[in-house]
Ligand binder design. Structure first.
Ligand code: ADP
Length: 400
């Protein structure tokens, strides 16, 4: 079965076409600047040069049509006909409390995703546009939705409730939801395989450290607690997001700086984190380079970033009353040995012994980076959210 995976944003649409026979990626690409002048479609097939096409793509329906045209193109395509696409899977950021797992798209499911627009105003409407655009182009093809929040629906109320008047939870569903769930779900399976133990026996902390970053306590295969909250702003320090801070900072800043609520919101989401503290960049590579060149603000940003990850690992080890492994994934987690080293150095007290050589090795494969006699393991497991979306879509469509 060929499954098309789509991640639809407000002005972009990323895609990957999977052959589920061997889970290979037949083609992938993205459309950018949808609805703007000079939209760009980039399309990639393995062992072939990337194609870039600039044209006017005014809406998502046209974007999907262009993608289908590319997939069946005489020279650049990989399909004889679009009829070969038997299912489409969509990434959806927010599933609220309604979705504890992936689902086939039905009228009811679409209605529910619409009801959740309030909780993810930047993301869910864009995903919905993607679903509708596929319907318009491939009316008979079943679609599935895979939610970033679903994996965390197993959290107990002690983890997901905020200590604010409960009426706010009852009326508006204000609570911790957590994100990166698809990624965490994917990497914990890889971690169990690497450790050679059933997932149901394990206590893991997954550090998904990319532009956005989160830690998740995974107890016996299920999310027990996670650092992101009602929105992805809470928790770790990130590329441009502040992470945890005293909520009183918000009214105080509004008063002192004469800012509006929206301006403070934008400051915390887009102008904080690594970028603000380092004054250099939101990109860990550039921060580390500046630090190595003697930039003290970059060093401080790096130290704060690592320290906060270590604090969460410690907190979650206590929350689960134990820890078998820390799992690093995503852009920074997979690639920055310097950051992993700094995080792990402070964890030697509970028996995590980093193997510096293993940590420094560059490989795209899942691997252990602690010594063989380390009591707590540290692992690097590359994430692959698209593959998990393709697998869930394949499973749901076959079962239907
Ligand atoms: P997103 O949250 O956007 O999905 P990714 O998981 O792709 O992000 O991570 C992107 C980030 O990964 C980049 O901003 C960059 O800081 C970081 N990154 C990528 N390669 C390296 C590297 N070799 N060393 C340090 N950081 C890296």
């Amino acid at each position: 079965m060929k499954v098309l995976v789509i991640n639809s944003g407000s002005s972009s649409l990323k895609y990957q076409l999977y052959d589920m026979e061997d889970e290979s990626v037949m083609a992938k690409g993205r459309v950018e600047r949808i609805g703007m002048e000079s939209s760009i479609l980039s399309h990639e097939v393995e062992n072939k040069p990337e194609i870039r096409e600039v044209s006017e793509i005014l809406d998502h329906t046209t974007a999907v049509r262009k993608v289908l045209d590319m997939l069946t193109h005489r020279d650049f395509g990989v399909l004889g006909s679009i009829r070969e696409i038997q299912a489409v899977g969509h990434r959806v950021v927010h599933g609220g409390e309604s979705f504890g797992e992936s689902a086939l798209v039905t009228q009811e499911v679409k209605l529910e995703i619409r009801r959740l627009f309030d909780l993810a105003p930047l993301h869910n409407p864009a995903h919905m546009t993607g679903i509708t655009a596929v319907e318009a182009n491939l009316p008979d093809v079943p679609q599935a939705v895979v939610f970033d929040t679903a994996f965390h629906q197993s959290m107990p109320p002690t983890s997901y409730l905020y200590a604010i008047p409960t009426v706010l939870y009852r009326k508006h569903k204000i609570r911790r939801y957590g994100f990166h769930g698809t990624s965490v779900d994917y990497v914990v399976r890889g971690a169990a395989e690497l450790l050679g133990r059933p997932l149901a026996d394990l206590k893991l902390v997954v550090c998904h450290i990319g532009n956005g970053a989160s830690c998740t306590a995974v107890l016996h295969g299920k999310s027990y607690d996670t650092s992101m909250g009602m929105t992805p702003l809470e928790g770790l320090m990130m590329g441009t997001r502040s992470g945890d801070l005293d909520p009183a900072v918000v009214p105080f800043t509004i008063n002192k700086e004469d800012l509006t609520l929206n301006e403070v919101n934008s400051m915390l989401n887009k102008h904080s984190g690594l970028l603000a503290v380092s004054g250099v960049s939101s990109d860990m590579r550039e921060v580390v380079q500046a630090m190595n060149e003697g930039n003290e603000s970059a060093r401080l940003a790096f130290e704060m970033y690592a320290y906060r990850i270590r604090k969460y690992i410690g907190a979650y080890a206590a929350a689960m009353n134990g820890l078998d492994a820390v799992v690093f994934t995503a852009g920074v987690g997979e690639n920055s040995d310097v950051l992993r080293k700094r995080v792990c150095e402070g964890l030697s007290f509970f028996g995590l012994a980093l193997d510096e050589q293993r940590n420094a090795e560059r490989s795209g494969e899942p691997r252990k980076i602690t010594t063989d006699d380390s009591k707590v393991a540290a692992l690097v497991v590359p994430t692959n959210e698209e593959l998990l979306i393709a697998r869930d879509t394949y499973r749901l469509v076959r079962q239907s």
